[in-house]
Design a binder for this molecule. Sequence first.
Ligand code: NAD
Length: 486
Amino acid sequence: MNHEKSKKLLVAGEWVPAADGGVSQTYDPATGELIASFAEAGPADVDDAVAAARQAFDDPEWRALSPDARGRLLWRIAELIERDAADLAELETRDQGQPISMSSGVNVVLSAQVFRYYAGWCTKIEGKLSSVSVPDTLHYTRREPVGVCAIITPWNFPLAIAAWKLAPALACGNTVVLKPAEQTPLSTLWLARLCVEAGVPAGVVNCLTGGPLVGQALVAHPGVDKVSFTGSTEVGKQIVAGASANLKRVGLELGGKAPSIVARDADIDAAVAGNLQGALFNTGQACGAYTRFFVDHKRVDEFTEKIADAAAQLKIGPGIRPDTVLGPLVSAEQLNRVAHYVDTGVRQGAQIVTGGRRATGPELDRGHFFEPTVFAGVRDDMVIARDEIFGPVLSIFSYEDEDEVVARANDTDYGLAAVVWTQDTATAHSLAGRIRAGTVFVNLLPLIDPGAPWGGFGLSGWGREMGSFAIDEFTETKGVFLNLAR
Ligand code: NAD
């Protein structure tokens, strides 16, 4: 392998190969073709990146930068993302597989939006005057950056998730080591390059590519103050254990198994269209994807028939084709995992209404494509009803009344998202209040907005991202007590 041609690591403002010469590859999930080689960081690179981030954190060039100047930097990054939008979208589609309509229309747009949103926050991070009872004293609070933050991201929305962590981290004055998923490092490397171009001082943003070992080394590193992680619940637990030595701050956005409740009065056609998109966007590789469909028993047959018909007609293909709705799964490993879950569903007695197999055809055979799959006759205790599958697979259940459906929807280890389909405002508010999930949508697709908190109950994680919540996550509160006695 020619190391010169591999993508490099960003450490202290310089693009460098891995200290031990490590190199990995990333492949196009639609064709299996090699797209690029990238440096596989090792322990020495982790030490260097953390040291660079620490030095930059203490350097007045960053530390003393005015909130206004920091805001301008973030705004500039948003402009650069927009300048490169077409290239970034294509890169994301080639590396991750998602349809170009989604990478360009949703992910790149959201990434720029989130930088602009947090550019505005830089000048609005404020402390409070505290109401203390000690005589002749003054107490006030300051919001201060946490320090060196490791940002570890998954492969499903590489650019957007990196952006929605990096923007608030920088807005609060932290320094960062970014660690994208090994399957999809390219758009994060591009984002790191845009940060340099925007004028972010050397060492404020570092980027290390590589796999779980790089993540583990960052999590264990005594020089890291906070880990902001999005990924699987299993790895989230390892991160909590690994971060305990120096009690790092830990933010976790983990898995989901969102229920979708279709009430008797729902507009079924709207519910079918919305649920199908909610279940299958990014080929079901989304933490907020709708997966468990509880449909009123009087509407369940109609719903099942319509959603299965609609699913069977979706255009499957390489994400780079503009008319593709369903792209490939990210890797052969993920394809096997999904196929295994489908087999388990069948073995446990669920019925496939449509799909259920690897998708084949001249344009599909080399990639990791799977048919959109609808299961009926699913019991709440089956594996496919409980585990996060992270593929184009949905299960339909029928229910009789509200108390029953609330109990069943909440009978999950996760609690990230949920959706309710009803035309009745009272039903919408009642269910929104009773379902245990970080976000409840009503008659909507799963959406992410920079102003709205995102995060989950239970095994879906700790903390909330976006909005003012991310400002809280990336700051420490300091109290200042002054003696005013004369
Ligand atoms: P993953 O947990 O396997 O990997 C995520 C990241 O962690 C990668 O960068 C990986 O290299 C790194 N990593 C792996 N093992 C590690 C370890 N022991 N210590 C430190 N870092 C380690 O997740 P994935 O398969 O890339 O992504 C899919 C998962 O992400 C799904 O479970 C999905 O629900 C979740 N996700 C959650 C959200 C959310 O907002 N809640 C959003 C997107 C994805």
